[in-house]
Every structure is written in C-alpha cells, then in structure tokens.
Design a protein around this ligand. Sequence first.
Ligand SMILES: C[S@@+](CC[C@H](N)C(=O)[O-])C[C@H]1O[C@@H](n2cnc3c(N)ncnc32)[C@H](O)[C@@H]1O
Length: 281
Amino acid sequence: MADEPQTEADREQYTHGYGAASQYMATRSAGRQAAFFLPYMKAGMSLLDCGCGPGTITLGLAEAVAPGEVVGIDIGPSEVERAIAFASEQGVANARFEVANSYQLPFPDSAFDAVFAHTLLEHLTDPDTALAEMHRVLRPGGVIGVRDSDLGGLVINPHDETILEFFKVREQVWRSNGGNSRLGRQLAAMLRVAGFKRVQATASYDIYGNYENAETIREVGNIGEFFARYAESPQFTERAQEQGYADAETIGSFAKALRSWGNHPDSLWASSNFEAVGWKE
Ligand SMILES: C[S@@+](CC[C@H](N)C(=O)[O-])C[C@H]1O[C@@H](n2cnc3c(N)ncnc32)[C@H](O)[C@@H]1O
C-alpha cells in the first residue's frame, strides 16, 4: 500500500494511500455516492470531477450528462490510469481523465457547467483554496456538489472497544496528515464562504457489512479485512507510534481484532457523510 510521490501536494499525505484503498473507492457509484447531485445533472452539461480516484463515480456522472463531456482529475497517476482503464472497459466515450492538482486546476475560468468532488476536501490541508479553484472554473449559473465524511457519526456493530480505539487512532493519523475526518459538517458553510449561493446541506450514511444490501468490499475482502490491512501498513503504524497516539502493543492488536470483527455475520460499519450543493451567480 505504498504511497506515490505527490508532486505539488508534497505538504500533504493522502491518508488512505493507493493500494487496497483504490479498490475500495472503485466499489463506489454515482447512484449511491452522488445521489444528492444527480437531480441537477442534465444531458449535455460539461462536468469536472476533482479528486476522481478510480473514476467509478465519474463514469456514472458521465452517463447522466451524456453527450456532455466529463473530465476527472486526480493527483495520483495510478488513480488516473485506473479510471482511464475503467472508462475504456465500459466503453464510456464522454469521459476523460488527467493528472492534476485541485489547488491549481489546469482549466480556464468558467469552463464547466458543473463541478463535483467526493471525499477530496477532507484530505486537504487547505480545502478553501481548492473550493476557490472550483468556483473559478465553474460558469456563472453552474452548480457544485461536494460530499465528505464526518466520522463524528461513525457507527459500528458489534460493539468492540479495540475497534473503536482503532478508529480513534485512524482519525488522529488522518488529522496529522493534514486532513479533517470531520469536515462533512462544515461543507455547507465552506461553500457559502467560497461565494456559492442557494447552498443546500444534506447528510447520508454509507453502510458496509455482511448484509445483502450493504456495500461489500469487492476484491479486498470484507470491511474488517480492508481496515486490518490499513492497520498493518507502515503509513498507519509508523505515524501512530511516532505521534504517540497508541503504544506498539495496542497498535499491534488492531489487525487481529478487525479481522475477527469483520468476519462476524452481523458486522456493520456505517460511515456518516454530509453533502452540499450550491450555485455560482
Ligand atoms: C478518498 S479518494 C476519493 C476518490 C473518488 N472521488 C471516490 O470517492 O471514489 C480522494 C482522492 O483525492 C485525490 N487527491 C488528494 N489530494 C489531491 C489534490 N490536491 N488534487 C487532486 N486530487 C487529490 C487522491 O489521490 C484520491 O484519489
């Protein structure tokens, strides 16, 4: 789960990394994660997806605005490659992807009818600058939709103190990397400050677990296995230890507890998210 070098964003570390996390992101879809934004999509719109990751949400948005063109940008070259491969596999002709930094979007002013960002701002040290860029590239009358986690509302089942301790340390590591795992609640306020009008705020849960209707972590096993791999990765263990968030023994106990929890037939991880929609006037 090695991190890629991050050109202009060297000051930040992307908490999730580009290994199992990319496979996890690839389970996402516009129908679920962009449901709040789909009602504003119209055929023929041009759309920019910032921090598109492996692009599965982007491709759903492309379908919604076809024949309009969708551009997905991400700072991780491997994510852009994955997105290009998915688009080609699915024969989506109206989506293209490129490596770019959300702090300096390589597009002229007023270039897009819509801008979208899913779980990007929560990883940025300076999300306001990224929002200012999104505002710049949106045309007057254009719409923005953003969605981010707020782990203040995290729910797990069955209850397990070690698992809760793991999620506490994970949030500390996330913050020490420059991000904010509780950014969701601030999204609507941030859109207003960035100059967007008629701002709307909503919230929703993503549910992962061993149930028929829950999202499963295809390719990377169940949710416990996914987090166990992260709990074992140097990007987590080294940072947690170096910052003194937990002792080595506690950190070492997380992976086993996560696997055992994830294998429980009723394991459920419910991640709270906030969404905000606004318009440029
Ligand atoms: C949690 S992932 C979300 C991916 C995708 N939006 C999704 O939800 O499936 C966050 C993505 O933001 C990208 N990212 C981080 N900092 C960035 C920046 N400054 N500019 C553009 N992308 C960035 C990461 O490379 C990663 O792919």
